[in-house]
Design a protein around this ligand. Structure first.
Ligand SMILES: [Zn+2]
Length: 304
């Protein structure tokens, strides 16, 4: 975060310049004490949320005292905050279970969502760019941000000064790396820093660990997993074929009669009838890429 480079008020001002969607006038009014929301409208709550994310709890407290912006407690009562547990060191079932409970199950219960067994979910895997940096995690007293595939070779706990020096030296040696991207999803069950060196076996491990964590964490009691969607990455797709195209639906299954003669569809699934799927965003991207490629090749060939 750039919190240390500018003051929180400068951050807010900078954000108003960059984002059209923010109500710039009211924000400026608030800074000049011309806007004092009392009824805690949705706009005031949005403003408080923005202040909290940009300047933290201290700035929100100061503006709450000075300008009657909704307090953090009010915000917590009206907004559903989720806390993602990032993966530190190797990916484990426990991390999946914890995130499943705090992010999906608890959130849906708090918002009054009805979760029924007749509804299914599709898990998706993708990567999001992240700032390459090691960060201190007070809750576990350890260092996060190291790639999950190699961080098992270093002690990430920060119990001594020497432990910090050891992490620095292993980073310099190259035996562990800072994560370039984070593997995640909409209800994020997993946020694991990756140095993008995973092979098919690593990906199979991720799929199986997520599925095991889902079942062990109680996800299966509320919602069935229908499919697991991968992005366009060839390694993830190959692992997806291995994990989710391994069992052919039995001829005695009621589904067999429905699906056996459908052209273009196969009868293979993973455990628990979980099917392999593809994130349509990446399919569209591939289509557009080929169309653009085809068009440019056509233009080169036929247009002088
Ligand atoms: Zn690595």
């Amino acid at each position: 975060m750039r919190r240390g480079l500018q003051t929180p008020l400068q951050l807010i001002e900078m954000n108003t310049l960059q984002t059209e969607h923010i109500n710039r006038l009211k924000l400026q009014d608030a800074l000049e004490r011309g806007y004092c929301p009392h009824g805690h409208s949705s706009e005031a709550n949005d403003l408080a949320l923005l202040i909290y994310h940009l300047g933290g709890a201290n700035l929100l407290y100061a503006l709450n005292q000075r300008l009657h912006i909704p307090s953090l407690r009010t915000l917590c009562n009206k907004t559903c905050f989720v806390k993602l547990t990032p993966t530190i060191s190797h990916i484990t079932v426990n991390t999946i279970k914890e995130n499943l409970q705090t992010i999906m199950l608890a959130t849906r219960m708090n918002t009054g969502s009805t979760v029924t067994r007749c509804r299914g979910v599709s898990l998706m895997i993708d990567e999001t760019a992240q700032e390459e940096a090691a960060v201190f995690m007070p809750k576990s007293n350890s260092v996060a941000g190291l790639c999950w595939t190699h961080s098992h070779g270093v002690n990430t706990s920060l119990n001594t000064y020497q432990a910090a020096l050891n992490i620095v030296s292993t980073l310099k040696e190259g035996s562990v790396h800072l994560g370039k991207e984070v593997t995640d999803g909409f209800y994020p069950l997993l946020a694991a820093p990756t140095c993008k060196t995973e092979d098919v076996v690593d990906m199979e491990y991720i799929y199986n660990t997520v599925m095991d964590g889902w079942e062990q964490g109680g996800g299966g009691e509320y919602v069935d997993i229908w499919s697991f969607a991968t992005d366009g990455d060839a390694t993830r797709r190959k692992a997806g074929h291995k994990v989710f195209l391994q069992t052919k639906i039995s001829i005695t299954s009621p589904l067999y009669g429905l699906l056996a003669n459908m052209p273009g569809l196969n009868l293979y699934t993973g455990n628990g009838y979980v099917m392999l799927n593809f994130n349509y965003k990446h399919i569209f991207k591939t289509q557009i890429y080929f169309r653009v490629l085809h068009t440019s090749a056509f233009m080169r060939r036929h247009v002088p």
